[in-house]
Design a protein around this ligand. Structure first.
Ligand code: ADE
Length: 274
């Protein structure tokens, strides 16, 4: 996979040389190129921002450097994007759609991602609109990490690239670890333990030492269901009851969730004794 990142702080991406992402790059599974937006300015101050039309606080990123940067990066060529591929343009912004594991999986199947890292109050809206009409761009995604505001898109790119890179075939030593982790089946992950058996007076649950793989799988599934019900009711509400077995349904019922007439889980108020 090829990843291009355009912004005013290309050095911000240095952590992508470390750990799993760094190894994916040295083994050739992933290519990441950071570009300095100011290389496409033409004034002595290398200006990338200006005051907003309509007034208001802060500055907006000017469209011209972005347009030229995208012209150059999307042209590919020697050292550029993959031959014959079209790019998915990803615009990190708190105004975007949520970045999820499903989106990470979608991105991991693409040959080429191009990120535009905005700063200040964001990028002139015409940049994304014009990019969406370009033949080299397959789609433009405005994507948010969550309901909070970062100082710019770079930190979001670090997160998105790491989430995507670990899904690329060959990147993780043991790909089995992908199948049971949080969010792959709409649930949070069950708690995990390693040696020693007792630590600071707390024992590893006996069942995990029993060697009974069926009971262990059930215990892990129930733990995941209970944890999800406790901290992420939105994920329970999004589950399809038809995809769960009877034991799953019993565990969720005990945690206060039952299938409603619309085929979705709904919370049941706790019984209060008279
Ligand atoms: N840029 C600023 N805030 C952001 C957020 N929450 N997600 C993605 N990009 C951002």
């Amino acid at each position: 996979m090829r990843v291009d990142v355009i912004g005013i702080f290309p050095e911000y991406l240095a952590p992508l040389e470390l750990s799993i992402v760094g190894r994916a790059r040295t083994t050739g599974l992933l290519e990441v190129v950071a570009h300095d937006l100011r290389d496409w300015t033409h004034d002595v101050h290398r200006t990338v921002d200006d005051t907003p039309y309509g007034g208001g606080a802060g500055m907006v990123m000017k469209p011209e450097p972005w347009g030229e940067a995208l012209d150059a990066v999307l042209a590919g060529g020697p050292g550029g994007g993959p031959a014959g591929a079209r790019a998915r343009l990803v615009v990190p912004t708190p105004g975007g759609r949520p970045f999820t594991q499903a989106l990470a999986e979608e991105y991991a199947a693409l040959p080429w991602l191009v990120f535009t890292c905005g700063r200040y109050e964001g990028i002139d809206a015409r940049v994304a609109a014009q990019a969406a009409a370009r033949p080299e761009v397959e789609a433009v995604d405005e994507v948010s990490l969550g309901d909070y505001v970062l100082a710019g898109g770079e930190a979001a790119v670090l997160v998105i690239v790491e989430a995507v890179a670990r899904l690329l075939p060959g990147v993780l030593g043991n790909p089995d670890s992908l199948s049971e982790e949080s969010h792959t089946d709409g649930l949070l992950e069950y708690p995990v333990y390693t040696k020693p058996q007792a630590w600071r007076g707390i024992e590893v649950p006996e069942i995990l030492r029993s060697g009974d793989h069926g009971r262990i799988a059930r215990w892990r599934r129930d733990s995941a269901l209970r944890r999800t019900a406790a901290v992420r009711p939105d994920l329970v509400a999004a589950l399809d009851p038809a995809g769960l077995d009877r034991a799953d349904l019993a565990t969720l019922a005990a945690a206060g969730w039952v299938p409603g007439e619309d085929g979705r889980f709904r919370p049941v108020p706790p019984c209060v004794p008279d």
